[in-house]
Design a binder for this molecule. Sequence first.
Ligand code: EPU
Length: 340
Amino acid sequence: MKPQILKNISLQSYNTFGINCTAKNFIEVKTVDELLEVLEFAEQKKYPSILVLGGGSNILFLKDFEGLVIKNSITGIEVIEENEENTTLYVSAGENWHQFVLFCLEHNYGGIENLSLIPGTVGAAPMQNIGAYGVEIRDVVERVKVIDRKTKKTFWISNNECQFGYRSSIFKHQAKDKYIIIGVEFRLTTKNHTLNTSYGAIQEALENDSPTIQEISKAIISIRESKLPNPKEIGNGGSFFKNPEIPSSQFLKLKTEFPNIVGYPISDKITKVPAGWLIEQCGWKGKIVGNTGAHKNQALVLVNYGNAKGEEVWNLAKEIQKSVFDKFGIHIEPEINIVG
Ligand code: EPU
C-alpha cells in the first residue's frame, strides 16, 4: 500500500523549541514494516532529504523543511532476559525516554534513574549519548538496532562500535544520516544497583544516606524541575551548547584572570569548563532578546518565549558564542542539531 504522506504539516508540536515551521512532506510510522515501506517510497520520490524525528527535543529548525520528515513512533518494551543480577530489555525507538525510566523504576531495574526527566525518545538517546548527573546512556547500552537507509538492511551496532563520547556517537559523525535507529538493547541491574550520587546537587536533594533508585530519581526530578524550563511551558531544547574541553594550561591561565572560573579536569591535559558559567559571566543569564533569551536559572538553556523563529534563536546563539570567545578565548559549540 502506498504510504499516506501528508503535505505542509506544522512542526511546532514536533519540536520542544516550539518553532513554527512546516514540513513539506510528513509521515508518522508505528512499525518497522511501515518504516521500510516509507523508505522504499521515498527512494522513488527522490525527496531532497529525509529527516527522522524522535521527540524533537534536541533540534532547532532554521526554516521550513523541504524534504520528508519521518516521525518515528515505533513502540514496545520487551524483557529479553532477567536473572538475579541483570535484566536485558529491548526498547523500540519511539518510546518516550522518561516513560521508559518510569517503567524501569516500577520494576526496580537500575542504571538509568539519574537520567530521569530527560525529554526525547529512546531512539534519539544514543545519538548524542544523553547524560546527566554522572551517568551516560553508554553505561547501560548493550547494542543499538538500526536500518541502513540505503540497503534497508537491519543490523546491530555494539556499544563499542557506537563510539560514544561526551554528547556524541558514531551516529552524529562517521555514520551521520546512514542509519535509522529502530531500537536499543539495555543491560540494567536487577537487584544490587550501583548508585551514582556523587554529584553535589543530588547529595543535597536526598533525604537519606542509602537511597533507593526511586528516591534518586525523585531527587533528580526535583533538581531538574527547579533549574530547567519545562518545554511544555517555555520552548527549549535543553543545553544549547556543549561544555567546552580546553587544554589545562589554558585553564590555569584563565584562572589567574578569572579566579572564580569553574573547571573539571577530565585528564591530565584537558579541563572541562561549564558553558553555563561562561555564558553567565558574559551577562546573558536571564536576558530576554526579542522572543528569545538565555534562561534565568540556567544560562546554557536558550528559550523561545513565544513566536521565535529558528533564525532568531540561532542569531542569539551566535552572539553568545562570540561574546564567550571575546572574553575567554573559548569556542563553545552547539549541542543541539541545527537544521536549515
Ligand atoms: N553554571 C553557572 N551558570 C549557569 C549555569 C551553570 O555558573 O547559568 C555553573 C553551575 O554553577 C555549575 C556548573 O555550571 O558549577 C554546571 O552546571 P549544571 O550542574 O547545571 O550542569 P551543566 O554542565 O550546565 C550538564 C548537561 C545537562 C545535565 C547537567 C547535569 C551538558 C551540555 N549539559 O549541564 O544536560 O542535565 O549537566 O548533569 O553537558 C542537556 O544535555 O540538554 C542537559 C540539560
